[in-house]
Ligand binder design. Structure first.
Ligand SMILES: [Zn+2]
Length: 480
C-alpha cells in the first residue's frame, strides 16, 4: 500500500508503537537517504527507468504499472525523491535583477509577495514563502497529504516527465476520515491523522468508497494549483524537476487561524507564527484602508486579542506580577509608554522562541523562567502555575501592551466593513468571537487567484518561463 520516498517530518510519530497495524515498523517504506548531486540522481533515475520499462512509457502506462506493483505487493521497488531548498541552492526561475521575468508575477520566487497574496506580510520563510524544488524519478511518490496550515500552493513543472496528481476536495474530509480509518484499521486514530503518516491509497479504492477523487496529468511547462485543505498525492512518470511555493488569498485567513489553533492543541510545531502574520497584516493594511481585507481579519484578530488578554489576566491573578517588554514593536507603532526594554532580553528580539511544551511560536507574549532559559506560551504557563501552585522565577514577556493591542483591533474594526452589530470592544474572554470557517467557495478563490497576477503574461517566446504561459488561466490545472 505504501511506496513513497521522502521521509517526512513526522518520523517520531511513526516510531511510536501506538499503531501496530499497517503502519508498524515492518511496513514503513520511507527512509531518509543521503545527499547526492543532480547528475548522480539523474543517472539513477535513468537506470531505474530502463529497469522498469523497455521504452519511454506514457503517463498512463506508468500509472498502470505503479498501481499494479502497489496493489499486488509481490515485488519490492525502491526509488528516490529529492527536496531542495531554493534559498540555498537556487530557484529554477530567473532571479537576477537584469534577467527577463525575474520580477514577473508568475515567477514563483515572486508570486507569494504579489499584492493579492497576504503571505507577503510574512517575510521569507523556507518551505512557505521561499519555493522548494522537487526532484523525482519514475514512481517517485508524494503520499496523500494536505498542507499542514491548509495553505494553498502552486507547483510548476520545470522539466522532465509528466506528473500524475490525484486530489480529494477539502469538502470530502469527513467522509475521507471515516473511509481511511476503516481501510487502515486505525484503532481509534482519526483517519485524517493516519494520512499524515505517508500513506498511499489507490484513487480507485477511494472512489469505490464514495470519495470524490480528481486526477490530472501535469506536463512540463504547466502549473498546478492546490486549493486550501485539498488532499493531494502525486506520482512522477520519470525524471522531473518541479518547483512549489505557498501563497494565500484573504479567504484563507479564517481557515488558517482555526488550523493554527488545532496544531497548537495537538502540540505540532508550525513553520511560522499565525499571530505574527495576523498582526503584521493588521498593522500594514490598517494604514491602507483596505476594507475588504480588514473585515476578513477582524474576527480572528479580535479572537486573538480576547484570548491573549484573558490569559494575561489569569496569569496576573495567579500571582505572576513580574513582566517586561521585549522585541521591537512594528515600526509604525511606536511604543506609547516609551519604557525602556530590559537590556538582557535584547537577544530575544531577533529570535523566535517556541513554547517548550506545545511548540507554539510565541509572538505577542511568552512566560520565561529566566534561570532555566525556559519559554512557555501563556496557555502552558497557566498549566504550569496550576500544577506547581507557584509563579516563582517566572516572568511575563510581552511585545505589545494591552493598550496597543486594543488600539490596533479598534483601528482594524473601524475601517473594516463590518456589521454594526459587531462589537470590537467586547471584554476579553466574554466575546467568543468564534472565528468561524467561512464558506470557501471555489469560485471565490478562483477570482482571487487571477488577481495574483499583477501584470499581463509575457510573450510566448519567453525563455525560462512556462510554455503555456500565455494561456495561464486555462492551462493551469486546478486541483480540487
Ligand atoms: Zn505552549
Amino acid at each position: 500500500m505504501l511506496y513513497p520516498m521522502e521521509k517526512r517530518r513526522r518520523e517520531e510519530e511513526e516510531e511510536e508503537e501506538e499503531n501496530k497495524g499497517v503502519l508498524s515498523e515492518q511496513h514503513k517504506c520511507v527512509y531518509k537517504g543521503k545527499s547526492v548531486s543532480l547528475t548522480t540522481f539523474y543517472r539513477i533515475a535513468r537506470n531505474t527507468m530502463n529497469m522498469c520499462f523497455n521504452k519511454e512509457p506514457a503517463a498512463s502506462e506508468v500509472e498502470q504499472e505503479y498501481w499494479r506493483i502497489v496493489e499486488q505487493r509481490d515485488c519490492h521497488v525502491a526509488v528516490h525523491y529529492g527536496k531542495v531548498d531554493t534559498n540555498t541552492h537556487g530557484s529554477g526561475f530567473p532571479v537576477g535583477k537584469s534577467e527577463p521575468f525575474s520580477k514577473h508575477g508568475w515567477n514563483l520566487t515572486v508570486l507569494p509577495n504579489n499584492s493579492g497574496s497576504i503571505l507577503r506580510h510574512l517575510g521569507a520563510v523556507p518551505g512557505v514563502t521561499i519555493p522548494w524544488l522537487n526532484i523525482g524519478m519514475v514512481f517517485s511518490t508524494s503520499c496523500w497529504s494536505r498542507d499542514q496550515n491548509r495553505l494553498p500552493y502552486i507547483d510548476y513543472l520545470h522539466t522532465g516527465a509528466d506528473c500524475i496528481w490525484y486530489s480529494v476536495p477539502a469538502e470530502e474530509k469527513t467522509k475521507l476520515d471515516k473511509v481511511v480509518h476503516r481501510l487502515l484499521q486505525a484503532n481509534g486514530t482519526p483517519g485524517l491523522e493516519m494520512l499524515e503518516r505517508n500513506v498511499m491509497i489507490s484513487p480507485e479504492v477511494l472512489s469505490r468508497e464514495g470519495i470524490r477523487v480528481h486526477r490530472t496529468v501535469q506536463q512540463s511547462g504547466q502549473f498546478v494549483v492546490c486549493f486550501p485543505g485539498t488532499f493531494v498525492s502525486k506520482v512522477c512518470c520519470g525524471y522531473s524537476v518541479s518547483e512549489t511555493v505557498h501563497f494565500a488569498t484573504p479567504q484563507w485567513m479564517n481557515l488558517g487561524y482555526e488550523t493554527a489553533k488545532d496544531l497548537k492543541c495537538r502540540r505540532i510545531a508550525k513553520p511560522f507564527s499565525m499571530e505574527k502574520l495576523l498582526y503584521q497584516i493588521a498593522t500594514a493594511e490598517a494604514k491602507r484602508d483596505n476594507g475588504v481585507l480588514l473585515s476578513t481579519i477582524s474576527t480572528p484578530l479580535k479572537d486573538l486579542r480576547n484570548v491573549e488578554m484573558r490569559q494575561r489576566q489569569e496569569l496576573y491573578e495567579a500571582g505572576l506580577l513580574s513582566s517586561a517588554r521585549y522585541g521591537t514593536p512594528d515600526n509604525n507603532q511606536s511604543p506609547s509608554d516609551g519604557r525602556k526594554k530590559p537590556r538582557k532580553w535584547l537577544a530575544l528580539e531577533s529570535s523566535e522562541r517556541r513554547c517548550q511544551t506545545c511548540q507554539h511560536l510565541c509572538y505577542l507574549s511568552m512566560v520565561v523562567q529566566e534561570n532555566e532559559n525556559v519559554v512557555f506560551c501563556l496557555e502552558c504557563a497557566l498549566d504550569y502555575v496550576e500544577k506547581y501552585k507557584s509563579c516563582r522565577g517566572l516572568k511575563m514577556m510581552y511585545r505589545y501592551d494591552e493598550e496597543q493591542i486594543n488600539s490596533l483591533v479598534n483601528q482594524v474594526c473601524g475601517k473594516a466593513m463590518v456589521k454594526s452589530s459587531d462589537n470590537c470592544n467586547s471584554p476579553p474572554g466574554s466575546g467568543k468571537a468564534g472565528a468561524k470557517r467561512g464558506a470557501r467557495k471555489r469560485a471565490t478563490v478562483e477570482v482571487s487567484l487571477s488577481r495574483l497576477s499583477p501584470s499581463t503574461p509575457p510573450p510566448p517566446s519567453a525563455t525560462h518561463l512556462p510554455k503555456n504561459n500565455t494561456h495561464l488561466p486555462k492551462s493551469t490545472a486546478l486541483v480540487s
